[in-house]
Design a protein. Structure first.
Length: 94
């Protein structure tokens, strides 16, 4: 059996528009997850400390960081503000 390399697998998996769209959406979610972690780390806050600032509990912060697409823009802005950051939204037309 011939080994399948990652580049070859990606090319095969992204052979239709629906797959490409799903891949791009997952990539955007991962970027948002990374941004949330980075904001909290740069602020030097634990999940508990951030939760206290936001009036919630640490499990709420964990849920938000694991699934940020379910959060409202207002909640993401509150998260960023508590971390001393600001969210900027860019819109691109394709």
């Amino acid at each position: 059996m011939k080994p399948l390399y990652l580049d070859e697998l990606k090319t095969k998996m992204l052979s239709d528009a629906e797959s490409v769209q799903a891949y791009n959406e997952a990539d955007q979610e991962l970027m948002l997850i990374q941004a949330l972690y980075e904001m909290r780390e740069r602020a030097g806050l634990s999940k508990t400390e951030l939760a206290n600032k936001l009036g919630t509990n640490s499990s709420g912060i964990s849920r938000l960081e694991k699934n940020p697409l379910s959060a409202s823009m207002k909640m993401l802005e509150r998260y960023a503000t508590a971390c001393g950051a600001r969210i900027s939204l860019n819109i691109r037309y394709v």
